[in-house]
Design a protein. Structure first.
Length: 178
C-alpha cells in the first residue's frame, strides 16, 4: 500500500507548521561564526607559589556564560595539565568554537584549576582564579576581539558570576595573568 503524502494545502496543519517554522528560523539571517582563542601562558607572582606544590599540575577550563540570563551553557573545554616552571605555566593551546549566538551578554569564562592527587589516588581539583573574556560588544570604543590580550585573574570561583551582588568582580592581589 503506498504511503500517504503530507498535505501541504493552506488549510492543513502541516502547511501551517512548516510556514510558521520557516518564518522563525530563516536560514539566511543566521550564519555561524568561527572563533579561535590561543591560550599561551600564565605568569604567577612569586608569593603565590607555596613550597608543597611540586606535585601540583595546572589546567585551564573555558565555559561560555550568558550574563543576561546568569547561566553557564555549552560544554566546558579543558586544557592539558601543565607543571609550573619558574613561576610560569606554558599552555600554548588553541580553543576553537562556532556560534550562531553573537550577543554582547555572551562571555567566555577562563578558570585556572590546580590538580593534585589524593592519597587514595583520586584527583583533587581546586580553582585558583578566573578571568572573563568578552567575545562580542555593542560599544564602539570596546577593543576588537582579535589580537593579543592579557587577562587578569579574579579571586574565587566563576560561580560568583551567578550571584547578582557579585556581578562586578574585583581583581585579586596579583596572583597572575593569562
Amino acid at each position: 500500500m503506498p504511503r500517504a503524502r503530507p498535505d501541504f494545502s493552506p488549510k492543513s496543519s502541516t502547511y501551517c507548521y512548516s510556514t510558521y517554522f520557516s518564518s522563525i528560523t530563516d536560514p539566511h539571517t543566521f550564519s555561524s561564526m568561527g572563533f579561535s582563542v590561543l591560550l599561551k601562558d600564565l605568569d604567577m607572582w612569586t608569593g603565590e607559589v607555596s613550597e608543597g606544590q611540586q606535585e601540583v599540575t595546572y589546567q585551564l577550563r573555558v565555559t561560555l556564560f550568558d550574563r543576561r540570563h546568569q547561566q553557564f551553557f555549552g560544554k566546558t573545554w579543558k586544557s592539558l595539565a601543565q607543571r609550573m616552571k619558574n613561576n610560569k605555566i606554558t599552555f600554548n593551546e588553541v580553543l576553537y568554537f562556532h556560534t550562531l549566538l553573537r550577543v554582547s551578554s555572551t562571555l567566555a569564562v577562563v578558570e585556572l584549576v590546580a590538580l593534585s592527587l589524593r592519597p587514595d589516588g583520586s584527583q583533587h581539583a581546586l580553582g585558583r582564579g578566573f578571568s572573563v573574556l568578552e567575545l562580542f560588544s555593542d560599544r564602539p570604543e570596546a577593543p576588537a576581539a582579535d589580537g593579543d590580550r592579557r587577562l587578569n585573574l579574579h579571586h574565587g570561583s566563576p560561580r560568583s558570576l551567578l550571584h547578582p551582588l557579585l556581578k562586578d568582580t574585583t581583581d585579586c592581589k596579583h596572583p597572575g595573568s593569562i
